[in-house]
Write a protein that binds this ligand. Sequence first.
Ligand code: GLC
Ligand code: CA
Length: 559
Amino acid sequence: MTDPKWWKESVIYQIYPKSFCDSNGDGIGDIPGIISKLDYLKELGVDGIWVCPMYPSPGYDNGYDISDYEDIDPIFGTMEDFDRLISEVHARNMKLIIDLVLNHTSSAHPWFQESRASLESGKRNYYIWRKGNPDGSPPNNWGALFGGSAWTLEEKGGEYYLNLFSAPQPDLNWRNPALRQELYAIIRRWLERGVDGFRMDVISLIAKPEDFEDGPTGRSGFHDPRARAAANPQVHEYIREMRREAFEGHNIVTVGEASATSLEEAKIFSNPDGSELNMVFQFEHMDLDGGETFKWTDQTIPIPALKQVMTKWQLGLHNQGWNGLFWNNHDQPRMVSRLGDEGELRERSAKMLATCLHLLQGTPFVYQGEELGMTSMDFTDISQLRDSESINAYNRYVSSGEISHADMMRYISMKSRDSGRTPMQWNDSAYGGFTTGTPWMPVNPNYVSINAAEQENRQNSVFSFYKELIALRKKHKVIVYGGYEPYCIEHPEVFSYFRKSEAETLLVCCNFSSKAVLFPVPEEFGNAVQILGNVEDSHYLSEGILASFEAVILKRNGG
Ligand code: GLC
Ligand code: CA
């Protein structure tokens, strides 16, 4: 049995604060809004919350461009509000995890202002500066994730700075020990305030390879440098140092966003010896519906590939690391729209997806609204979008004539981050009860039928199902600590696996198809008991039939 830890036994709820709950009618979610919903989260049964960045920020990337690591942006409230959030979360016996963005700051951060001011600035080396080529072009062909070159020319001094995401998000220079010490001190001060852990934004990318060599380019004309940054061994030196200098001695959880990370690297990041981080988010399963034009296609995730990828990470990290499990987050469209059904079988498919994820090994994360089966948004006009990633992509592909307006809006509805960021749907009053003012981005009009108030006390709702799943995890330790073994891995539509410990064996079968399928019942499960399912009268045990989007969890008789 793997080493018991509170964060392995937990389910964490992710809050995107801007879209969660607005307490003062300015159309933007805030800390008092979060506090007002803590009882709702307690009712759901989650053990902790991770809140996306609430630091002061110009908001180019909705808070992932920080201009002050040690304060709260007034749009969200005050530091007093934050302290109250900590104590209200703790009073409910839950944990509070905050987001730390240490790969880059905002270009409005005073460090960057000082760094860009002159070549001799004391903070020059807090960021990564290089001379351009003799013809004036950028130092290499690396591209920024949100479009364009990864290098931005600063007129003053005539050098380029590196920005892996966008020009308003300059990358910090982790080679500089003084910078690293500043960051560790910031972490220590948040720990003193009482936070219980950190979700570490694109932490895999902090150590840039020294050579800054060109790489192969795709259709964008740029090279995507993330994989090489993520494979630079120096990242592990920095994280180990950070653990020693900042995390040591605290019973916290550290979750690394392992962007572009291989399984081998992830094993080092989440090594059970505790030398680096506790767990990783990997993205291989999220990238299965991408293509030549990045995510801007109508390709869907192929189920066989999804099964292969998930199985690889389940087997690969068993006893050798730890998975953070997710289908949704603020960077993804809604999974129920992506792999489930938006129509009549929406609730059933949402429950199936939940079952499939929560029964895997790892710590499950529930993204706000997922527990209601909230769907992606049908965007028809660029004025409805807020995310610079979608807006930049729209401008790039539509103005070049590569993709038509109609197709691009369809891709954006299917794949964009905006689709996952529409405000939380609390009830059927105006704007889903999210705000009494005008919401900062459109609310999905389906709030009239899909909302928390309608689901909280309905026994067969998606919300009630999540409650059951979360409770199940507390009852059956095999879900947390047991081994994973795929079952019928070659089946094209059913994702099925065993979870095994000495005491218990479970079988999980999830039908990802909108049609009923025949699926063999393993012999030793002939007289098994069903411990949870999403279809009222299941024909699986009796006839080996799984209904459309059916999920069942069976427990083998006699352990
Ligand atoms: C992470 C965040 C994303 C952000 C990016 C740059 O991927 O989750 O929202 O845009 O890092 O900070
Ligand atoms: Ca507000």
